[in-house]
Design a protein around this ligand. Structure first.
Ligand code: PLP
Length: 358
């Protein structure tokens, strides 16, 4: 198999060791003579897989005891609707728009109640997180929704606003487990799995216990956080194989030294790429320096007529999926936890060679 580096924004590269383990265990998980895909979700084998995955995730993020961890289906987009259904309870909510994903969250949530957009950088092409002091927060909001890493435009929060007693609900799909966070600062954290966790479709929801029990009666049971919390995410058949792969990724991450260690590696990779982009006029990144994402790095060629040649050459060099999101254009390198430093070094070497050739 050819050596490639996959810079896809998601579904994205997974640790090779995880895929090899899944391959080795495909037909016979731990002497059970069954594939994980064939196991009853209520059997002792799978319930042990689920319990270990949850315990490891709790360790990785130091999740406090008063938070529930749910393994749900429907990806992060399903939660866009389920957040208002689970939390609005007749009130309004505040949303901040810092990119295409939080804009989508506003659109989706608006069907379920009153949504106030309290800050937006749409007019500036989503290139920064607006100053917290300028947010028009409502003290009586049911919650404040933010997307702490905007995958399309590469904008990452470098702090959190003081929302008082209003719980912060954060879409962390594209940077969960990439950096240390203090879970207790959030009411709800949710993340689609297909970047730093595992297969698409799975969504992790970490919710503070006092926020359970506010759901509209119209909330489907499979998306009702309280019902799912009371049933170990098994009010329906959970996405068993995806949870198994997520568990392997958590084990891998613990073996790397956990979030503390991976954060240092992520900083090293991101600095390497941003420093090179900043060192030349040939490429540019237009995100405010303190909000530049460590996971998703969009960049533009000064001469956009070279875009196709850049992508073609990259592919020939085994550097895949570098095309920018269609809403943003240009290029984007997603360098999640599983992207080795060697991948970013190879990308920078290719970018230098391409610059010299043109
Ligand atoms: C930040 C963010 N939120 C939400 C989503 C939507 O995730 P899904 O398609 O899994 O529902 C994505 C997908 O890439 C994302 O990057």
């Amino acid at each position: 198999m050819k050596q490639i580096f996959n810079f896809s924004a998601g579904p994205a590269v997974l640790p090779k060791a995880v895929l090899e383990c899944a391959q080795a265990e495909m037909l016979d998980w731990h002497g059970s003579s069954m594939s994980v895909m064939e196991m009853s979700h209520r059997g002792k084998e799978f319930t042990s897989i689920l319990a270990k995955a949850e315990a490891d995730l709790r360790t990785l993020l130091s999740v406090p005891d008063n938070y529930k961890v749910l393994f749900l289906q429907g990806g992060a987009i399903a939660e866009n609707a389920m957040i208002p259904l689970n939390l609005l309870n007749g009130r309004a909510a505040d949303y901040v728009e810092t990119g295409g994903w939080s804009k989508r969250s506003v659109e989706d949530a608006s069907a379920y109640g009153k949504i106030n957009v309290v800050a937006s950088t749409e007019a500036d092409q989503y290139t920064y997180v607006p100053e917290f002091t300028g947010w028009h927060l409502n003290k009586d909001a049911a919650y404040l929704h933010i997307c702490t890493n905007e995958t399309m435009s590469g904008v990452e929060f470098d702090g959190l606003p003081d929302a008082g007693d209003v719980p912060i609900v954060a879409d962390m799909s594209s940077h969960i487990l990439s950096r240390q966070i203090d879970v207790s600062q959030y009411g709800v954290i949710y993340a689609g799995a297909q970047k730093n966790i595992g297969p698409a479709g799975l969504c992790i929801v970490i919710v503070r216990e006092d926020l359970l029990g506010r759901a509209s009666p119209l909330t489907p049971a499979v998306f009702n956080w309280k019902i799912q919390a009371e049933n170990q995410s098994m009010i329906n058949t959970p996405p068993t194989y995806s949870i198994y792969i997520a568990g392997l990724v958590f084990e891998w991450l613990l073996a790397q030294g956990g979030v503390v260690a991976i954060e240092q590696k992520n900083i090293e990779k991101a600095v390497l790429l941003y420093d090179y982009i900043d060192s030349t006029d040939f490429y540019s990144n237009n995100v405010a320096t303190n909000n530049r994402s460590r996971m998703n790095i969009p960049f533009f060629l000064r001469d956009e007529s070279l875009n196709d040649a850049f992508l073609k050459g990259a592919e020939a060099n085994g550097l895949l999926q570098l095309k920018g999101h269609r809403m943003v254009g240009g290029m984007r390198a997603s360098i999640y936890n599983a992207m080795p430093l060697a991948g970013v070094q190879a990308l920078v070497a290719y970018m230098q060679a391409f610059e010299q050739a043109h």
